[in-house]
Design a protein around this ligand. Structure first.
Ligand code: F6P
Length: 328
């Protein structure tokens, strides 16, 4: 196999003047920190089973969920790398009830789910890191209220998907770009610039186990997805891995829609606004798709607290248009 000549992440970032209010060298340094932490996570995930990293850590997080050993490992790697980078004032992490203060001179806020879908590691299924960055308008100690922002104020959002290969995907507000980790050269190299999601899609990602606990509109839409066409062929295909980053990434590339609506067990929705839905929504829009919490744009929600939940509907434009007809 011939090795292609590819652009590495640092070079791509510094040459792309797309950072609006942020300075390219600062964004570059934040993404370098993400890169550093995710390389360590990549390496450890790949050795799961060989090193003692599988399974539960024996505690619960702020949402009452079992913390996995890998969650803690990933969280520590991010805190360490972001502290070193110097530009981050504080982190809101899924793993910590309170924000983590890093640098009083930092000009940016970082929200993250350091390892989303972490229990999937036990069964060798893809997991991801999700992150979101806001610019501050002051320096000094950060208060948790500073994270109470609109999603459309994000200046950087992305994820790292630890899948069959490890991919870092980010947007700074002008396009979505994906970089694959080359284990031979130890760099992230550009493999998919300016990703555009198909306007139409046939993949529907929804946890069917929730069917009887969601509202009538969502039920009718799911039932519609199961209808056959005139030739008796299926019109949609169902794919749900239970790993948001993997489900979203597949749908973004192939065309589809991911739905996690309010359920009887999670009336506010299950997914977290700041460090799951906001970054996914920004990426979705930048790729030409849409993201809502039902009928309204998700990026127009103003966060009220760092662990806030929300319903999420995201994907291809025309599927998002169709689902609206059922939700109104
Ligand atoms: O928020 C964590 C997460 O694991 C997501 O990655 C995934 O989409 C969702 O929860 C799955 O939740 P459930 O098991 O309720 O379908």
């Amino acid at each position: 196999m011939t090795q292609q000549k590819l652009t590495i992440l640092d070079k791509f970032i510094t040459e792309k003047p797309e950072f609006h209010s942020a300075k390219p060298n600062e964004i570059c340094s934040i993404l370098k920190a993400v890169e550093e932490a995710s390389k360590a996570i990549h390496e450890t995930i790949n050795r799961a089973g060989l090193v003692d990293i599988l399974g539960a850590a024996g505690s619960e997080n702020v949402q009452g969920e079992q913390v996995q050993k890998m969650d803690l490992y990933a969280n520590d790697r991010f805190i360490e790398s972001l502290k070193k980078c110097g530009h981050i004032a504080a982190i809101a992490s899924e793993e910590n009830e309170e924000i983590i203060q890093l640098n009083t001179t930092g000009e940016y806020l970082f929200a993250t789910d350091p390892l989303d879908g972490s229990s999937n590691i036990d069964v060798n299924i893809s997991v991801g890191t999700i992150f979101s960055v806001f610019k501050r308008d002051k320096t000094g100690e950060t208060s948790a209220d500073e994270f109470n922002r609109f999603g459309h104020e994000q200046i950087l959002a992305g994820y790292v998907l630890y899948g069959t290969s490890t991919i870092l995907v980010y947007t700074c507000g002008s396009g979505v770009h994906a970089f694959t980790f080359d284990t031979k050269t130890d760099v992230f190299a550009l493999t998919n610039p300016s990703i555009k999601t198909p306007e139409n899609g046939s993949i529907i990602s929804f946890n069917e186990g929730n069917f009887n606990t969601v509202n009538k509109g969502v039920q009718s839409y799911i039932t519609y997805c199961k209808e056959l066409n005139k030739e008796g062929k299926r019109t949609h295909t169902g794919r749900f891995m239970g790993s948001l980053v993997a489900d979203f990434h597949r749908n973004m590339l192939k065309g589809g829609m991911f739905i996690y609506p309010a359920t009887a067990d999670a009336p506010e929705g299950r997914l977290r606004l700041l460090y799951e839905c906001n970054p996914i929504a920004m990426l979705a829009e930048q790729a030409g798709g849409k993201a809502t919490y039902g009928t309204q744009r998700l990026l127009d929600i103003k966060a009220q607290h760092i662990h806030q939940r929300t319903p999420l509907f995201t994907g291809s434009k025309n599927m998002m248009k169709k689902v609206l007809q059922f939700l109104k």
